[in-house]
Design a binder for this molecule. Structure first.
Ligand SMILES: [Ca+2]
Length: 339
């Protein structure tokens, strides 16, 4: 079987509980089939074998023996599409296990090299790092040069407020033109902006890698099992400024203020901003949020490599439908699931 693997498909398999290896492994054949098996039959963290794989290269290459691993500042890039945050003037270091052609904003940084450095400019902004190996596999990273926060409570007219603890060093400064910058295989940065000041630009926000790893894995697993046709989750609430978090009466130390939480659900049917009928009873109720909660819980529990974090289930109210909160706080937290 020959499989032309897209980043989305690869992520779907990677997140299916089959692998969440700390590197990329393009899979085909038996591995792709295994992704459709019930969760209980999957082998965790075992590299797939066999299968002929072509990855948008001129010639098919059997890459199964040599996964491409890329790290930025010592952190493994977990998906072929990812993001990285850096303060102005700081240097980021890319390292790989294979020689790469590495470009930033279309300008070559290194060729046939397993490492490259890039020093961020002094001004905040969005940049695009693309690394390509000899087989044509790519790693694409949106690099956000952050706007220093300091003691400011307002940045360029955008109300930030005051962090109750652990104020971040800087925030992503997002212009309207960069809304579609990808931050993972199935999510763009624009999905996570705070709802305040809708017509105001630029906006400021954060996203965390652990939250995105968990949310991507959940989506990919549901896609692989045919539980949703959604190309992405609807992000009802992603980042919240401390200002906004206080205004809506949320938890004082909400992980949303750190870009480390997302209130999500699949919304294919109707595209109406309301969760789909996941449990198939013909209604959209709390039971659908609990279905998603339970699915996330069992998926994360089955994968020892999954970063720890929170899961919460919520009922509909006057202004929103049912949803599930996912965060990457670093330890397990569960709420909202009764019985
Ligand atoms: Ca239902």
């Amino acid at each position: 079987m020959k499989v032309l693997m897209t980043g989305v498909a690869a992520a779907a398999l990677a997140g299916a509980g089959l692998t969440f290896l700390p590197h990329f492994q393009m899979m085909g054949g038996a591995a792709a089939e295994a992704a459709n098996e019930p969760a209980s039959d999957r082998t965790l963290a075992e590299p797939p074998e066999g299968g002929e794989v072509a990855i948008a290269a001129s010639e098919p290459v059997d890459l199964s023996a040599t996964p491409l691993t890329v790290s930025l500042d010592g952190e493994t890039v977990p998906h072929p599409v990812w993001h990285h945050l850096v303060m102005p003037g700081e240097t980021i270091a890319l390292a790989s296990n294979l020689p790469l052609s590495i470009a930033m904003d279309g300008e070559t940084l290194a060729q046939n090299s397993e490492m490259a450095d890039w020093t961020a400019p002094d001004t905040p902004g969005t940049h695009r790092l693309v690394a390509t190996d000899a087989a044509g596999r790519t790693v694409e990273v949106s690099v956000f040069v952050l706007a220093p926060l300091g003691e400011e409570e307002v940045l360029e007219g955008y109300r930030i407020g005051t962090y109750p603890a652990d104020a971040p060093e800087g925030l992503i400064r997002l212009t309207e033109a960069d809304m579609d910058a990808p931050i993972s295989p199935n999510f763009t940065i624009g999905q996570f902006i705070c709802k305040q000041q809708p017509g105001h630009w630029p906006k400021f926000l954060l996203v965390s890698p652990t939250m995105l790893i968990r949310v991507e894995a959940l989506l990919a697993a549901m896609q692989a099992e045919g539980l949703t046709q959604a190309p992405s989750f609807f992000v009802m609430s992603g980042y919240r400024t401390p200002f906004y978090n206080t205004a809506i009466g949320s938890a004082r130390f909400s992980r949303h203020m750190y870009g480390d939480a997302a209130d999500i659900y699949p919304d294919v049917v109707g595209g109406d901003g309301v969760m789909d009928d996941l449990d198939g009873d013909g209604r959209i109720t709390r039971a659908d949020a609990e279905y998603l909660y339970d699915y996330a819980e069992s998926l994360y529990t089955a994968d020892p490599a999954m970063p720890e974090g929170g899961i919460g289930a919520y009922s509909a109210n006057a202004v929103h439908g049912p949803f599930v909160h996912i965060d990457g706080r670093g330890h397990a937290a569960r709420w909202g699931r009764n019985g």
